[in-house]
Design a protein around this ligand. Structure first.
Ligand code: FAD
Length: 365
C-alpha cells in the first residue's frame, strides 16, 4: 500500500468500517504525487500542479469531507515568443490571433485554414492537429509544446494522441468542463492527513524490500507501486514520460500573474512555469515558481505518465495476467494499473475497490 490518493482513500474506507489497516510508503511523506509542501507560506505542488476537477458528485462530496476547496479555476495562459494567448482555444485566443470579434468570423477563419490544408486522412499528429484547428493555432500553440512533451517532431508522432482539440466560440478561459473544481485550502497534504486520521502509517519503508514480513501482517494487501517492479521487471520495464521540476523562491510578490503559463515555442526548453501561490490567491511577499521540463524516463527516475502505445500496452497485459493470479494482493492506482488517472478517477477506483473488498468480507462472515 502506498500513501498516495488511492492508498489513502482505500485505507480511510476500511478503517471507517472498523478494520485495522497499515499504510506504508517508501517516500518520506504521505500524499504520493499530490504532495504539497509549504515554502514561504505557499503550498508548493512538489510533483507537478494538481487541480482537482470532477463531474462526479459522490467524489466531490467525499473530498469535501477532508478539505475545504477554494474556487480556483484553471485558466492557463500560453506564451509564444513573448506573445500571450488565452487557453483553452476560445474567443479571446481568436481575437488575439486574427483580430476577429464575432464567433462567426472565428469559425470562418478556422474553416478557411482547415480547407486550405486539404488534409482528408491525417497520417500523423501534425496533420491531425491542422485538420482540426488550422495552421495558425497549430504552429503557435500546439506544435512546440507537444514536441517538447514527447521529445519528437509532431510529424513523427501518431495522430491518435490528439483525438479532439476543443475549440470554444465563447469567451470562456476555464480549462476544464467539469462541474466541480478547486484546490484544497491549506494544501493536498493536509487533506490526505485527514483521510489517514487514525490509520497507522510507516514512511521510508519500501514494500518490495520487506515484502515477506509485511505480507505476514495482513490478510489482504493493496499495492499501489509499479506493477513491473512488483514482478521484478521479469518481462522488461514499462515505459513512462517523466518531468523534471526546477523550483525557485523569488523575492517578488508576483512573477507571472497566473498559476500556469505554457511556453508553446520549441526554443524555450521548459514546457510551462507554475506559480504556486496563485492556486490559493496568495498574497505573500515572495513567490515560488517551478519550471517543468519534459523528460524521457529512465530506470531510477520518477515515473509520471504511462506511455500507452501498442508495445507498452501489450507488455502491461502480460504483467496484468500475473497480477490477476496473485491471491492476497490487489493492484491499484496509476502505477499498479499502469494508466493515467486523474485524481477523481483514482479516488473513485479506490472507493469502489474498498466497497468490493468490504462486501467480500461481509459475504464470508
Ligand atoms: C505532473 C502531473 C500532474 C497532474 N495533474 C493533475 C491534475 O491537475 N488533476 C488531476 O485530477 N490529476 C492530476 N494528476 C494525476 C494524479 O497525480 C493522480 O491521479 C494521483 O496522484 C494518483 O494517485 P495514486 O495513489 O494512484 O499514485 P501515487 O500518488 O503515485 O501514489 C503511489 C504511492 O506508492 C508509493 N510506492 C510506490 N512503490 C512503493 C514501494 N515499493 N513501497 C512503498 N511505497 C511505494 C509511492 O511512493 C507513492 O507515494 C497529475 C499527474 C502528474 C504526473
Amino acid at each position: 500500500m502506498g500513501a498516495g490518493l488511492f492508498g489513502a482513500a482505500f485505507a480511510q474506507q476500511v478503517r471507517a468500517a472498523g478494520k485495522s489497516v497499515l499504510v506504508i510508503d517508501r517516500r518520506s511523506h504521505i500524499g504520493g504525487n499530490v504532495y504539497t509542501e509549504e515554502i514561504e507560506g505557499i503550498q508548493v505542488h512538489r510533483y507537478g500542479a494538481h487541480i482537482f476537477h470532477t463531474n462526479d458528485r459522490s467524489v466531490w462530496e467525499y473530498v469535501n469531507r477532508f478539505a475545504e476547496f477554494n474556487r480556483y479555476t484553471n485558466a492557463p495562459v500560453a506564451n509564444y515568443r513573448g506573445e500571450l494567448y488565452s487557453l483553452p482555444f476560445n474567443m479571446y485566443t481568436f481575437n488575439k490571433l486574427w483580430g476577429v470579434v464575432t464567433p462567426r468570423e472565428a469559425e470562418a477563419k478556422i474553416r478557411e485554414q482547415r480547407e486550405a490544408a486539404g488534409i482528408t486522412e491525417p497520417k500523423n499528429l501534425e496533420e491531425q492537429a491542422i485538420s482540426l484547428v488550422g495552421t495558425d493555432i497549430y504552429e503557435r500553440l500546439i506544435k512546440g509544446y507537444t514536441e517538447k512533451q514527447w521529445g519528437r517532431p509532431c510529424s513523427e508522432l501518431p495522430s491518435f494522441i490528439i483525438k479532439r482539440l476543443p475549440v470554444r466560440f465563447t469567451f470562456d478561459n476555464n480549462y476544464f468542463n467539469a462541474r466541480y473544481q478547486g484546490i484544497p485550502v491549506g494544501g493536498y497534504t493536509r487533506m490526505v492527513e485527514r483521510m489517514l486520521d487514525g490509520v497507522e502509517v510507516r514512511l521510508n519503508v519500501d514494500y518490495l524490500q520487506h515484502k515477506a514480513e509485511l505480507d505476514a501482517l495482513a490478510d489482504r494487501v493493496v499495492y499501489t507501486g509499479s506493477v513491473d517492479a512488483y514482478f521484478d521487471d521479469c518481462y522488461g520495464p514499462l515505459s513512462y514520460r517523466s518531468v523534471r521540476f526546477e523550483t525557485e523562491v523569488l523575492d517578488t510578490p508576483n512573477f507571472q500573474g497566473n498559476a500556469v503559463v505554457n511556453y508553446t515555442d520549441r526554443e524555450t526548453p521548459f514546457t510551462r512555469i507554475i506559480e504556486h501561490k496563485f492556486f490559493e490567491f496568495g498574497t505573500q511577499p515572495k513567490t515560488v515558481i517551478s519550471r517543468e521540463y519534459s523528460a524521457e524516463w529512465r530506470p531510477g527516475m520518477e515515473p509520471y505518465y504511462p506511455v500507452n502505445d501498442e508495445k507498452n500496452s501489450a507488455l502491461y497485459e502480460q504483467y496484468k495476467a500475473l497480477a490477476d493470479r496473485e491471491r492476497k494482493t490487489v493492484f491499484g492506482g496509476r502505477l499498479g494499473e499502469y494508466r493515467y488517472y486523474d485524481m477523481d478517477a483514482v479516488l473513485l477506483s479506490a472507493l469502489q475497490l474498498a466497497e468490493k473488498e468490504l462486501g467480500k468480507e461481509g459475504e464470508q462472515a
